[in-house]
Design a protein around this ligand. Sequence first.
Ligand code: BG6
Ligand code: MG
Length: 212
Amino acid sequence: MIKAVIFDLDGVLTDTSTYHFAAWKETVASVGIELKASFEPELRGISRFDSIKKITDVYLPKTSFKTSQLESLAAKKNEVYLEKIKTMTEADLYPGVLELFETLKHKGLLLGLASASLNAPMLIEKLGITHYFSHVSNPALHPSKPDPGLFIEGLEALHVSPEQALGVEDAPAGIAAIKAAKMKAIGIGDPKTLKADVVFKTLADIPYYLFD
Ligand code: BG6
Ligand code: MG
């Protein structure tokens, strides 16, 4: 029996994956990188610092950046990102999120958040959904996904076993993290690229019987 559902945030509950990528695109243009749209899924679930490392490793493999330079690009990207999400509200939740959360609560399930974003606590406040979560995992304590740390922290905090919980993710690295935590994974996005147990195009397409 399912007792808990642990959600990713960016790209699952709201369209912030787009904003993260747009912010990276703007930021790295300043060092001459033209980020391709096909690179976007590769950055999902990856921390700020690991993202800039990945971008520079792929696009400028012969340039060696100092850690301080990478940190300053990551900080710049965050400024651009924060500007983009400044005016977000509950109206920016994806369709079906509130209905799903209400249904899960009604069924007596616990909700957890396993976002790699240090901005997650602030963003869920803006979206008006903080009160739904019994636990919000701390990304500062774990490596980037596919490390399962954020999901394992959630399982432990909610006192449930991996078999009693489901994870919901839009990122290939996030699905891998859920699987590494030995949980079943619900993917949101393209079934051709997401290796989840079951994949739906949007969160609103998830049938509620999966949580019985
Ligand atoms: C993840 C996003 O949720 O959070 C990534 O999918 C992002 O794109 C990561 O890099 C870290 O976010 P932040 O807000 O701490 O820079
Ligand atoms: Mg995501």
